[in-house]
Design a protein around this ligand. Structure first.
Ligand SMILES: Cc1cc2nc3c(=O)[nH]c(=O)nc-3n(C[C@H](O)[C@H](O)[C@H](O)COP(=O)(O)O)c2cc1C
Length: 205
């Protein structure tokens, strides 16, 4: 009798542990499919720090790493000279050499890329970045800032990222003032920026 009781206890113990052991890997798999995306924010900014401001707000809210694109040869300090050099570069689809990023894109699932509008196009530094990297298997989220003439920046950034293997989503435009006394005043409602960032925040793989 005693032997049978001990036998049943061992059987019950084995089944319980066995079932738990069986269910553990299942749980892990479910968690793995819902993991947070590892995000990198890459931006170029020149005039008033507008694109930088948005990039930093994104990072503050959703985390991830952030990198500012820097050209090896800096743009002229005089604004008008820089604007006309910018026009010349955009018209030629010039791709200025960039300083090393300091990160490995392989480590990220999602890359949020910000550009100011330069002569209706993305800034040349952003063109260099998008056209010289492989985004296969990654999600690219383009955003841009402008002063009222957005041109084809989002369309062009989307096409460039796709051409290099990315899936593209959640692209967004942000308008700032065209008045030289306050280029840094955002005209897009702050609530629109908050809503967009929340959308990015809640996104999972
Ligand atoms: C070279 C150059 C060209 C620009 N061309 C445009 C343009 O075509 N359309 C526009 O809306 N704003 C244009 N702007 C204004 C910037 O896109 C706008 O102020 C932007 O928010 C600046 O971002 P940043 O402060 O991050 O550089 C231009 C600025 C520069 C320096």
């Amino acid at each position: 009798m005693m032997k049978r009781l001990i036998g049943m206890a061992i059987l019950l113990f084995t089944c319980t542990v066995g079932l738990q052991a069986c269910s553990l890997p299942q749980k892990k798999t479910n968690q793995a499919t819902k993991k947070d995306m590892k995000t990198l924010i890459v931006y170029f900014s020149f005039t008033a720090g507008n694109t930088k401001t948005i990039a930093e707000k994104i990072q503050k809210e959703i985390g991830g790493d952030i990198v500012r694109l820097e050209t090896v040869k800096p743009y002229p300090k005089d604004y008008e000279t820089a604007v006309s050099q910018g026009q010349h570069e955009v018209e030629r689809r010039y791709k200025p050499e960039l300083k090393p990023l300091g990160v490995d894109l392989k480590d990220y699932d999602r890359i949020i890329v910000g550009s100011p509008t330069w002569w209706y196009k993305m800034a040349p530094a952003v063109l260099t970045f998008l056209s010289s990297n492989d985004f296969t298997g990654k999600e690219v989220v383009p955003f841009m800032t402008n002063a009222g003439w957005p041109g084809t920046v989002i369309k062009d950034m989307t096409a460039e990222a796709k051409r290099h293997g990315a899936t593209v989503s959640d692209a967004h435009e942000f308008r700032f003032s065209s008045n030289s006394t306050h280029y840094d005043k955002m005209e897009t409602p702050e609530s629109e920026l908050t809503q967009w960032i929340n959308q990015l925040k809640n996104k999972r793989l």
